[in-house]
Design a protein around this ligand. Structure first.
Ligand SMILES: [Zn+2]
Length: 412
């Protein structure tokens, strides 16, 4: 039929454009022949035949989902995904003690992320979490975090398919799988702004203020741990200093895992846009890790970003769920604050169960297909895939540049 099918997969937008217009061109050529050589073999019947063929081809394409499938791949080829959250570095520690020499990152068993699947999923940028467990707080959290930053550095420098980036410009122009480093949980800095600054120098460009534990200065959405019980004190004076120092450094403030009160306090304090790197819509699934509509509104005013988490527990509230329920979160957030505030933060390898059809990082195109089926425009999806994140990152850097004359905060 078409060269798209012959090739087995789509190569680029131009190819598709040419392929999809092939039948139309043939008709035009045939009809031109008919006009100028009315007595030729082609004639009216040939033109009608071609027209009917085109009708059935288009009908088949639309009804089979063929066009949407190809459209999603073209879109993701032109706008490779920048995903907000991935925990494969944690799995490298748990399963392999961070010994990269023992494994091939192209194909790793028992995880949801490897190079082959990132490629299949059209991932062009990934924020990798340097996460350490809350029980390391005030013990060896800083060392363990350094080790996780180290393994991300090694992963992204020892394989030519990866490239570690620390600026929005490098992220935008990378032709590889760009790696960004985020620290997941303020317990990793051990209440030290100097440690925060050194993490920045090691390439960290985002930090979640909490994980599932309160820190001495910020409140978690979780009550798993009883560390630092807080009462109407969601972000302390020191917590606000952390936010200001992150603004000054040019580090994205991640409010996923923080309590809603902490998030509200951050939104009142931060000069730069902030992100939820892996959270979904509370209205669709009532989980405290998700974001309620009033907070979404405040996020919109901040020009920040919510990167939708695909974990079943946050998407389908305990059930396994499917692509449709995941897409419901995107639809809801779009209805409340618009598509320009949305990204994707899959949370692969940080959570156990994912909706049917979204089991690993190779499955992102299926999500984009679903959103195309729901009449999301290509411009909206280009934003969701990468442009919205790039805009926020650039703005965070702009605020950093504006604060250039500001001295580091000296508070302990
Ligand atoms: Zn998380």
């Amino acid at each position: 039929m078409c060269c798209v099918l012959k090739a087995g997969r789509l190569l680029d937008a131009e190819t598709t454009h040419n392929c999809l217009h092939l039948p139309a061109r043939r008709i035009l050529r045939n009809c031109t022949k008919m006009l100028f050589w009315p007595f030729s073999k082609m004639g009216l019947s040939g033109c009608m035949f071609s027209g009917i063929s085109l009708f059935f081809f288009m009908h088949f394409a639309v009804t089979s989902g063929f066009l949407v499938e190809e459209k999603a791949l073209v879109l993701m080829t032109n706008y490779p995904l920048i995903d907000g959250h991935n925990d494969v570095a944690l799995q490298l520690r748990i399963l392999h003690d961070n010994r990269l020499s023992k494994i091939d990152l192209h194909n790793i068993s028992k995880v949801a992320t490897d190079i082959n699947r990132l490629r299949a999923g059209h991932v062009g940028g990934q924020m990798y979490a340097a996460y350490v467990i809350c029980t390391a707080q005030e013990k060896d959290a800083v060392r363990l975090t350094l080790e996780q930053i180290d393994v991300i550095h090694r992963m992204c420098s020892e394989y030519p398919e990866f490239e570690l980036v620390t600026t929005s410009h490098a992220l935008r122009s990378s032709k590889k799988i760009a790696c960004l480093i985020s620290v997941e949980g303020g317990h990793s800095i051990d209440s030290s702004l100097a440690a925060l600054r050194m993490f920045y120098r090691l390439g960290v460009r985002s930090m979640a203020l909490t994980h599932t534990c309160n820190t001495p200065w910020a409140e978690s959405s979780s009550e798993i741990y009883t560390f630092y019980p807080r009462d109407n004190n969601s972000l302390t004076h020191f917590g606000k200093a952390v936010v200001k120092e992150m603004n000054r450094l040019g580090m994205m403030i991640d409010m996923s895992h923080s309590s809603w009160d902490t998030a509200r306090a951050v939104l009142q304090t931060s000069q730069a846009p902030v992100i939820f790197s892996h959270s979904s819509a509370f209205t669709v699934c009532n989980h405290r890790r998700n974001v309620p509509d009033d907070l979404l509104q405040a996020l919109k005013e901040n020009k920040g970003l919510i990167m939708v988490n695909l974990y079943s527990g946050f998407v389908a509230c305990g059930a396994k769920g499917n692509i449709s329920i995941a897409a419901d979160h995107f639809d809801h957030i779009k209805n409340v604050i618009g598509a320009e505030s949305i990204g994707i933060g899959g949370d692969y390898d940080g959570a156990a169960e994912f909706p049917e059809g979204l089991e690993d990082v190779s499955k992102y195109p299926a999500l984009i297909q679903e959103l195309l089926h729901r009449n999301w425009s290509e411009a909206e999806l280009a934003g969701v895939l990468r442009l919205n994140f790039l805009r926020v990152f650039e703005q965070v850097e702009k605020v950093r540049d504006e604060l250039k004359g500001t001295l580091p905060v000296e508070l302990s």
